[in-house]
Design a protein around this ligand. Structure first.
Ligand SMILES: CSC[C@H]1O[C@H](OP(=O)(O)O)[C@H](O)[C@@H]1O
Length: 325
């Protein structure tokens, strides 16, 4: 199962807004359709939107082959469709760097990024499972946040790929998936993926995480990232920082799993990263039901910053970074 791919001249994605109730594929044939899918989180997750951005440039190279100004505008709109995950801008720039070679060269660059992310997922799963086994023993009880499975990449995932590898090895204890309000990537997507993998899990509300750790029910927190800064600060789904504080208080590892395409050596630390502010309406609803009185206002940062001193290790496809070493 691939979350995103190039099929017969178009981008095909699994529509993540429809999961877990409906499994459907969307076929994206224009730049605006790709941007809309990224902004609606029909395709989401740092590596997945990096590949989506790159394939969007491949569409743009065809769609605006005779309109250089429109092509330039399309590349910029793709690059800025969502601000926080470094993968998007990086993927767009990687594909755009091939524009001089024509549409096929752009597509080849985008497909190379797709294939690299697939290989990265496999490498992170192995490296991360080895690290968890060393840190937590043979049957770790892991808490994860948001969604970091194949849906957040092309296939395989990041942190959830490590969980799947531990399961394959027979070295997994229990999994708690925090629901991840407001869009419920944990309850909707991680639960769906764990079910398909045959991995037993429990969903918990986001605020329960630190308390479950304090109660001794979690051996490690393992989650993804949207940007790893040069000093080791980790930008990830809002709620990650609270889990990091809970892990530190409980004396358990806080492990981040992210490909090198998410490591941003050009950004010194988390203070300068633009945190995507999403629509208040997402907070004021639970599914299709209103969750607050009419007229209520809300604040909806989509990500937060976990300072490097709360991070035990960052597992990438090529190394394990220990920010405090
Ligand atoms: C493997 S990247 C997953 C990363 O992306 C998610 O953000 P979103 O669902 O808004 O795209 C979240 O931060 C995950 O940790």
């Amino acid at each position: 199962m691939r979350t995103i791919d190039w099929v017969d001249g178009a981008v095909e994605i699994i529509d993540q807004t429809a999961l877990p109730d409906t499994e459907r594929t969307l076929r994206l044939t224009t730049v605006d359709e790709v941007i809309d899918a990224i902004q609606r989180l029909a395709v989401r997750g740092a590596p997945a939107i990096g590949v989506a951005g790159a394939l969007g440039v491949a569409i743009a190279a065809r769609q605006y082959a005779d309109e250089p100004d429109a092509l330039t505008s399309a590349v910029l709109r793709l690059e800025t469709a969502r601000p926080t995950a470094v993968n998007l801008a990086r993927g767009v720039r990687t594909a755009a760097s091939a524009l001089g070679g024509g549409p096929q060269a752009v597509l080849d660059a985008a497909l190379a990024l797709r294939d690299a992310e697939i290989a990265s997922s496999a490498a992170m799963a192995e490296r991360g499972a080895d690290l968890v086994a060393v840190l937590c023993g043979s049957a770790p009880r892991l808490l994860t946040h948001c969604n970091t499975g194949g849906l957040a990449t092309v296939t395989g995932g990041t942190a959830l790929g490590v969980v799947a590898e531990l399961h394959r090895r027979g070295g997994l204890g229990a999994v708690i998936a925090s629901e991840t309000r407001p869009l419920l990537q944990g309850a909707r997507l991680t639960a769906w993926e764990l079910g398909r993998l045959g991995i037993d899990y429990q969903v918990a509300v986001d605020g329960a995480g630190p308390f479950l750790m304090a109660r001794g029910e979690v051996d490690a927190v393992i989650l993804g990232a949207d940007r790893v800064c040069a000093n080791g600060d980790v930008i990830n789904k809002v709620g990650s920082y609270a889990h990091a504080l809970g892990a530190r208080a409980a004396g358990i590892p806080f492990i981040v799993v992210a490909p090198e395409t998410t490591v941003d050596e050009h950004t010194p630390s988390g203070e300068t990263v633009e945190i995507e502010d999403r629509a208040a309406d997402e907070v004021l609803h639970f599914g299709n039901a209103r969750s607050a009185p009419p007229g209520a206002r809300a604040i909806n940062p989509a990500f937060d910053v976990t300072p490097y001193h709360l991070v035990t290790a960052i597992v990438t496809d090529t190394r394990v970074i220990e920010p405090n070493a």
